[in-house]
Design a protein around this ligand. Sequence first.
Ligand code: NI
Length: 552
Amino acid sequence: MKKIVIDPITRIEGHLRAEVEVDESGVVQEAYVSGQLFRGIEIILKGRDPRDAGLMAGRICGVCTNSHFRGAVSAVEDAYSLTIPKNAEIIRDLMAMALFIQDHVVHFYHLHSLDFVDITSALQADAKLTSKEAHRYSDKPFRNSNAHYEETIKKLQNFVDAGKLGPFSNGYWGHSDYKLTSEQNLIMISHYLEALKFQTKISKAVAIFGGKTPHPQSIVVGGITSVADMLNPQRLNDYLFVMKEAKEFIDRTYLPDAKLLATAYRDEIKAGVGRANGNFMSVGGYEFEGEEKLFCSGIVYGHDFENIEEFDESKITEEVDRAWYKGEEVFYTDLNEDGSLKTEKNDDKYSWIKAPRYDGKVMETGPLARVLISYKKDNTLIKSFVDEFLEATDLELIDLSTTVGRNAARAIETGYICEYIFKLVSRLIQNVKYYDTDTWTKYDFEKLPKDAKGRVFLEVPRGTLSHFVSIKNQKIDNYSVIAPTTWNATPKNFDGLRGAYEEALIGVKIEDTAKPLEVLRVLHSFDPCLACAVHIVDTKGKELSRYKIKSI
Ligand code: NI
């Protein structure tokens, strides 16, 4: 057995380490993933005014700022039983949807695509053939002229000639597991560069109603403050303009490129590479039409999609047997003498990430979980997107539960969010037109209960996010967060169960142990956000809202 250590894993947010044990044929037999940086935003929140929770919780992460901002404000609203006006909810949703699109595009192109795309091979591409190849995945490929591809090759050659690969340095270029043709590589690189420009455009959409981004500031307990923006038709037009561009970009680059990858890596998909244990969780959400939601909620065990259970928050527990906490203290244990994590004994601690469980089971959360659960629960909007993708790539639903499939699910989700956004804006316009301009539910803070507990469950780009707040004497007494990456990157526990990251690595064959590209691929497919993932556990086992943390 040989151990491969990757630390730090780059092209993610935060500090993640992975150790995998491979047999003599290079097949992963065991895996340990570890959150490597202690955080402590919850400590900062203690003793603060609950109305400030959002602005501080937003600082949990520099990427998911809007998700934690909204999560914290919503948890406080739940504690005070405040219902916000419809318009405020729509504005919050419009900000959230823009963030979904931004996150997914940045993840696919800038954080993950280079695990599949060989830059050096793109230099050999023929511009004319590239243009032809792009037409296999889209009727109207984005910037598909010969001149554009020739210019892209020139740009890449300049990087190489200068001896500085810039964003493309330190790749495993030439690795035998890169399967795209030179022309396919060039298409992807062209879109990688275009997606850099796209990032700035889509960020504007969050900022239109958020004041700025990252760290928008227009959500307040009871509603929103961007009232003038909501009532100004020009601002709505600005938002719609960005979204129309976004939709075009998604339709002409992201979805076709996801199809290209799914076609080129078909063998891996069919072999189930990167599949975790098939337990999926979604809390659903985002009002669509009537009772229908953008995402359906549900719990799936072992890929059994015919028996989707209802989500029940009382089944969530958190434990820290193998995380660096003990009693009321953080408890960091040193590494082994060779610098590896202590993992030999079943109570050895190896991560700052605590271990959430649903009914005692590990869960995968994120776009894949949402897409699968929503599809199987007959969500009308998503069904056509999934069917179209599966037909175009000749794949089945189960194939999405793989490394490449996880990316396909994310692209599908982005596509249907783009459709949904326009319906959401129409609803807002209709509301405002019929003189419902409410944006804030009035309350007198002094008259609110002195002691209260609240929580919220939200679907955010990387999966299910929950915030829990306990208020005593109008100050935050206790705060707790379970982020999507906490679920997916959970360490083992006394239960010995591997989390989604660890389980997805088992059985993966590594061609060259000096260049463990295959490990990066699996981990990146989850879009790790480690700053989000690390949260201290309430070790006293206090009850937060209607939710109980299991004490050790
Ligand atoms: Ni984050």
